[in-house]
Design a protein around this ligand. Structure first.
Ligand code: FMN
Length: 347
């Protein structure tokens, strides 16, 4: 099932919408799970701009079953975020199954996603994340245990293409995962060893799509809104997942959806619009609401850098925001920017 036609005009065919299991998806542009980024505040902003599914950052299965408070806080979400996927990672089928069951009973997400993509040594050394790409039997065992443990919730998988260029597991892993009952697969077609180097190899997304009948979500190197259309057209994928391009730019979802509907690209947000998003409309406010003032401000510092990237004087603005001592100082700084005291370009 391919929802996108690529001819003179590319359209998202409203009558032929995507389902993951029995979850109806309104938009085929998803927000990628990103540790330290895709918490409640950022997910809400992306959802409001048209993200079809948003994902939590990856959450440790061991932390979940130990009921670690910090871990459980990463799972909490609001009704307006639905459909939402909670992503878990781990190395042990029983622990993963118990964690999935816990998440479903306590939080009831629309989708439970398994991480087979994380390349970070701290995670792979323990056999979790993309380490599963080196042991497809274990990958299958973990996945089957999770699918069996939560029969009422669609289980999906997000994976890389293999451990290294000599051990690409596409399409075999996809075929095996589909047999276990997985309802969709997201592929970031780089290897673990590659981390983020070189281009993502979209031909592997196409190969996976041709090898399974469940939806395939393409991910990797969608940098400009038009890249999403190219990914649909070149790979036949059912949805695209956006990671880094959304940092400081939740409007990316609006832009891709406009193109998919055959509309012109909306004008880019002005500096003033971006500052409003930071402040009143309302990334910072949401972060403070969910994490408290001190942590909320600390978490916001990296977002300031992303939001203000590319504007003249951005480096000095960032510096002032990052060193602002408290919420009042940050608000003062943002107000001053917004009213054009420092720069007026783009406002
Ligand atoms: C800061 C950051 C954190 C990430 N954390 C996760 C994660 O928790 N789970 C996951 O599956 N992928 C994670 N990723 C990978 C992204 O989901 C995505 O696969 C990758 O960035 C490629 O997509 P992009 O080119 O659109 O950024 C992370 C990426 C970034 C940049």
């Amino acid at each position: 099932m391919n929802h996108i036609t690529c001819c003179s005009k590319i359209t998202w065919m409203e009558h032929n919408q995507l389902h993951i299991g029995d979850v109806k998806i309104e938009s085929p542009v998803f927000l990628a799970p990103m540790a330290g980024v895709t918490d409640y505040s950022f997910r809400i902003l992306c959802k409001e701009q048209g993200a079809g599914v948003v994902y939590s950052e990856f959450v440790s299965a061991h932390g979940i079953i130990r009921e670690n408070v910090k871990t459980l806080n990463m799972i909490r979400f609001g009704a307006s975020e639905r459909p939402i996927g909670i992503q878990i990672f781990g190395d042990n089928p029983e622990v993963m199954a118990a964690a999935a069951q816990y998440v479903v009973e306590k939080f009831d997400p629309d989708i439970l996603d398994i991480n087979y993509g994380c390349p970070v040594p701290k995670v792979t050394r323990k056999g979790a994340g993309s380490a599963a790409l080196r042991n497809l039997d274990l990958m299958e065992e973990i996945t089957a245990a999770v699918v069996t443990a939560i029969p009422g919730t669609p289980v999906t998988v997000k994976m890389r293409a293999g451990w290294d260029s000599k051990s690409i597991v596409i399409p075999e892993a996809g075929v095996r995962l589909e047999k276990t009952g997985v309802k969709a697969i997201t592929l970031h077609p780089r290897t673990t060893k590659q981390t983020y180097r070189k281009q993502a190899d979209w031909s592997l997304i196409k190969l996976l799509k041709e090898s399974v009948s469940i939806p395939v979500i393409g991910n990797g190197d969608v940098i400009q809104p038009r890249d999403a259309l190219r990914m649909f057209a070149e790979t036949g994928c059912d949805a695209v997942m956006i990671g880094r391009a959304a940092l400081g730019n939740p409007w990316f979802f609006r832009d891709v959806m406009a193109l998919l509907k055959g509309q012109p690209l909306p004008p880019p947000p002005s500096l003033r619009g971006k500052i409003s998003a930071c402040q009143r409309q309302r990334h910072l406010e949401l972060l403070i609401e969910s994490h408290g003032e001190k942590t909320g401000i600390n978490l916001m510092r990296k977002h300031f850098g992303w939001y203000l990237k590319g504007f003249p004087g951005a480096a000095s603005i960032r510096k002032r925001l990052v060193t602002a001592v408290n919420l009042d100082a940050i608000k003062e700084e943002l107000d001053s920017l917004k009213h054009g005291n420092v720069i007026s370009v783009g406002a």
